[in-house]
Design a protein around this ligand. Structure first.
Ligand code: SF4
Length: 378
């Protein structure tokens, strides 16, 4: 699948550059107590060995900051620091990291009389001095209170979007370009919507994608995958994190999941119907999982790909899904959908059901429908 990426500008984070068509970087975060230097270094290196491009560490006190200096000495990983509420720690930690992440909503907690603009100006000065990138990390659970008051209580997207755009404008005024933005929510549909809207207005700013509190695998991975499929397929996203609730030793699963999702999107192995924005044939098939009801599904997906090549120049989406759990719903948005049962395959045209066919009969039946759709022979 040739995905046209948004024309974001390059942002360097240590030895990795995101944006401007660079490969989408995969990140993770430590969950150890930062002051437990040994455990944190061990986890940073574990994540780095698993292929993490950047590892984030939370720092909320002077003691955490002192620990970070020691951690830096013991790893070569690209490090990002999560400043949380104590933004003033930036000058202490910046010499030891490659990126500073601040949350606009957290800038209100300390020095309440000081405008947020001055605080960002300070962070930019520190980042410039210490060769750091910045991430403006907007989160649905801790959005700027001044923005929240302007929108209906059930509108989580409006305040997040306004806050992110406002910070971008201020960074523009400060002539600081080395930053990216994240807009995270626990609902994948909100993540899709808010990132789409942001990318429409600021397609020059690299986006860090993520679903917060995604949960434990496999559900946590599935939730994240749904959001990433819809965004990355449309060229949105320059770096990502799959946030999973797993014990520290299993944290590398976040990296593995991120890489798998990226490879699957590129290969058209998706769980939701994805419009890659192409005007040509779009065959998508789920990546398969333990729910697959008949192994023949994998071969069928391949056969569908081969059989439908004659329609490659037509704007048609065909979805092939491996089970009855997600198949019936997930095929609704495809022009033609197949979902596989134990010994039959259900054929759909959009949400309309056309019937169930044996694994041997399904291909000719699909061809008939495809011919009708593209007007072949008429
Ligand atoms: S459609 Fe079913 S088999 Fe395929 S990935 Fe989703 S849950 Fe698994």
């Amino acid at each position: 699948m040739k995905i046209e990426r948004n024309p974001t500008r390059p942002v360097r984070i240590g030895s990795v550059t995101i944006g401007n068509g660079h490969p989408i970087a995969v990140q993770s975060m430590t969950a150890t107590k930062t002051q437990d230097i040994e455990a944190t270094v061990e986890l940073v290196n574990l994540l780095s060995d698993a292929g993490a491009d950047v590892v984030r560490i939370a720092v909320d006190s002077k003691k955490d900051a002192a620990a970070l200096m020691e951690i830096r000495k013991q790893t070569t990983a690209n490090l990002s620091v999560d400043l949380q509420e104590n933004y003033r720690l930036a000058e202490v930690v910046a010499p030891h990291v490659d990126k500073l992440r601040y949350n606009p909503g957290h800038l209100y907690h300390h020095e309440r009389d000081k405008p947020w603009q001055s605080k960002v100006e300070y962070l930019v000065a520190v980042a410039r001095d210490q060769d750091c990138a910045i991430r403006v990390g907007v989160n649905c659970g801790s959005v700027d209170p001044a923005k929240k008051d302007k929108y209906a209580p059930d509108d989580s997207i409006g305040p997040m979007l306004e806050s992110a755009l406002e910070h971008c404008s201020w960074l523009d005024e400060l002539k600081f370009e080395r930053f990216c933005v994240s807009l995270k929510d626990s609902d994948p549909q909100h993540v899709i919507e808010v990132n789409r809207q942001f990318a429409e207005r600021r397609n020059d700013v690299p986006l860090h994608l993520g679903v917060t509190e995604a949960g434990i695998p496999p559900e946590g991975v599935i939730k994240t995958r749904i959001a990433f499929e819809q965004l990355i397929s449309r060229g949105i996203g320059d770096t990502l994190r799959v946030s999973l609730t797993v014990p520290n030793q299993r944290k590398p699963e976040e990296i593995q999941a991120g890489r798998e999702i990226l490879a699957d999107i590129e290969a058209g192995r998706v769980r939701s119907v994805v419009d890659y924005g192409l005007s040509t044939l779009n065959i998508i098939s789920c990546p398969s999982c333990s729910r697959v009801e008949n192994e023949a599904f994998v071969e069928l997906a391949q056969q569908v790909k081969e059989m439908t090549q004659y329609a490659k120049d037509h704007d048609v989406t065909i979805a092939v899904m491996g089970c009855r759990v997600n198949g019936p719903g997930e095929t609704d948005d495809a022009d033609l959908g197949l979902w596989c049962g134990p010994n039959f395959v259900n054929l759909k045209k959009g949400p309309e059901e056309l019937g169930a066919y044996s694994y041997d009969d399904i291909l000719p039946r699909l061809k008939l429908e495809l011919d009708r759709l593209i007007g072949a022979g008429s």
